[in-house]
Design a protein around this ligand. Structure first.
Ligand code: NAP
Length: 481
């Protein structure tokens, strides 16, 4: 019996006010690879949403006063439990998200790191002491600034990192003492439900974490409810910016899409740049917001780069995400693969050259490299979110910077050059949330400040930075009597 079939017998309830609830319409979570049923999950109803918000508001009265050492302990316990269940989580991610198992294991390791860093940060939420003797009339006064948790938050996550991106919401919330109502992606809710069991077991109070596998539309009730004080959303730009308008007086963090650029100058180590560009463009079938999509290569080494890059892409093994040897698994759905193949076809019909790939079988899209594309083609100007990369030559480095900036998105960019003057000029001029020098834009370590500008989002994650966004400064002015 396949793993998918073994897990198919399992039905997951959802965590609501400290109880596991199996009510509401059941829906099937299916493997994007072969369509087999991975598990059945329940859709909460309107009354469950109300209960979740009430519970988060009530539990906040406990968590806001929970001392840092206790929050740290809970976070550390979660990290340990996730590490102990590494293979179970990796297989769950491979089954529900179709992520190749070796990439899924890496996501689990990242999640452990995320929770461990949050445990460290929980005891470092420092404030400030301010002298107020800047004028004679207040010369004896001074002030303190402390950070307090904003309150109950609503978190919404996408399908592509069903474990680690959930951690990027819950771990900083727990580190600060905020309570949580979470809505995972409908395609991949199981990792978050397994994680919720761990968080509950670690001692986070009943009602302080509620996980509701709602449909997108039903989740809007959470976004517009004023009792929840912050929206932290990761997903597409289209949905994210729409939700911001519905969020009322809430604080909002948006981690959205991208079509990241990579500049490879003639002085770079081309073999290394090619190797890294394969990982950056095709890992998890290109379904990462920071996949390197638009490679710009200095003209004098353009052919040489292609000769290093394309054969490596052709060697990638496409197939079953549960097999250790698979490099590229399915896209999240067949309709997404159909869309990606259409965009490639459309580019080819308009004059682009397909250097490899371009075909699909079901939800499997071949790793595809295009050249002779134009900026206005959808593969370049929109977020293709598929194993599709374009490679184009440039003559002037700063012209390449401009071309990377010629996008509505601005998440991260990668720059390969050994020329420090050019590197710093790129850092200065690139209109993105992060510049990765000597690597692809796909690089992320989970404690760095992460987020975008332009359509790519608002605010930053990366534990310390998420903690800042989940806390409010409160001032105390002291006038000694
Ligand atoms: P999506 O379609 O925007 O969905 C993201 C989440 O929003 C899902 O949980 C979805 O629920 C929910 N949702 C959809 N409509 C909603 C509504 N009207 N109200 C409330 N929630 C709603 O994105 P996706 O396809 O899952 O993920 C891919 C996108 O995420 C890409 O654009 C990618 O670049 C972006 N992403 C960004 C980052 C980052 O850190 N910047 C990281 C990862 C992914 P359902 O699943 O039920 O539809």
């Amino acid at each position: 019996m396949s793993d998918a079939a073994t897990i198919a017998t399992k039905t997951y309830g959802f965590l609501l006010d400290g109880q596991w609830v199996s009510e509401g319409e059941p829906f099937e979570v299916k493997s994007p690879y072969d369509g087999s049923v991975v598990a059945t999950v329940h859709r909460p109803r309107a009354r469950h949403i109300e209960t979740a918000i009430d519970a988060a508001v009530r539990a906040f009265e406990t968590t806001r006063h929970m001392p840092a050492y206790q929050r740290q302990h809970i976070l550390g316990e979660v990290a340990e439990s996730v590490a102990a269940r590494r293979e179970e989580f990796a297989r769950t991610i491979a089954l529900e998200a179709g992520k190749p198992i070796k990439t899924a294991r890496f996501e689990v390791d990242r999640a452990v790191f995320t929770w461990n860093v949050a445990a460290e940060e929980a005891v470092r939420i420092y404030g400030e002491w301010l002298p107020l003797d800047a004028q004679a009339s207040t010369k004896d006064r001074w002030a303190l600034v402390r950070r307090y948790p904003v309150g109950p938050i609503v978190a919404i996550t996408p399908f592509n990192f069903p474990l680690n991106l959930v951690g990027h919401k819950w771990a900083p919330a727990i580190a600060t003492g905020c309570t949580i109502v979470h809505k995972p992606a409908s395609q991949t809710p199981i990792s978050s439900l397994l994680l919720a069991g761990i968080v509950e077991h670690a001692g986070w109070p009943a009602g302080a974490l509620n996980v509701l596998p709602l449909s997108g539309r039903d989740a809007e009730t959470l976004v517009s409810d004023d009792r929840l004080k912050k929206l932290t959303f990761t997903g597409s730009a289209e949905v994210g910016w729409r939700l911001k308008q519905k969020a009322g007086k809430k604080r909002v963090t948006l981690e959205l899409g991208g079509n990241a650029g990579v500049i490879i100058h003639h002085d770079a180590d081309l073999e290394n740049a090619a190797e890294r560009s394969v990982a950056g463009g095709f890992s998890y079938a290109g379904q990462s917001c920071i996949s390197g999509r638009r490679i710009l290569e200095e003209k004098s080494v353009y052919e040489k780069f292609l000769a290093a890059f394309v054969p490596r892409v052709q060697r990638l093994k496409l197939g079953d995400p549960l097999e250790d040897s698979t490099d590229v698994g399915p896209m999240i759905s067949e309709s997404d693969a159909v869309r990606a193949a259409q965009w490639v076809e459309e580019a080819a019909a308009a004059g682009a050259t397909v250097l490899c790939g371009g075909q699909r079988r079901g939800s499997l899209m071949e790793p595809t490299v295009l050249t002779r594309t134009r900026p206005e083609m959808r593969v370049n100007c929109l977020e293709v979110f598929a194993p599709v990369v374009t490679v184009e030559p440039y003559t002037d480095f700063m012209e390449a910077v401009k071309r990377v900036n010629d996008s509505s998105f601005g998440l991260q960019a990668g720059v390969f050059t050994r020329d420090l003057t050019l590197a710093f000029a790129a850092y200065d001029q690139l209109d993105v949330g992060g510049v990765i020098l000597g690597d692809v834009p796909t690089f992320r370590i989970d404690h760095m400040p992460y987020g975008g500008v332009k359509d790519s989002g608002l605010g930053r994650e990366g534990l310390r930075y998420a903690i800042e966004e989940m806390t409010e400064r409160k001032l105390l002015v002291v006038n000694p009597q």
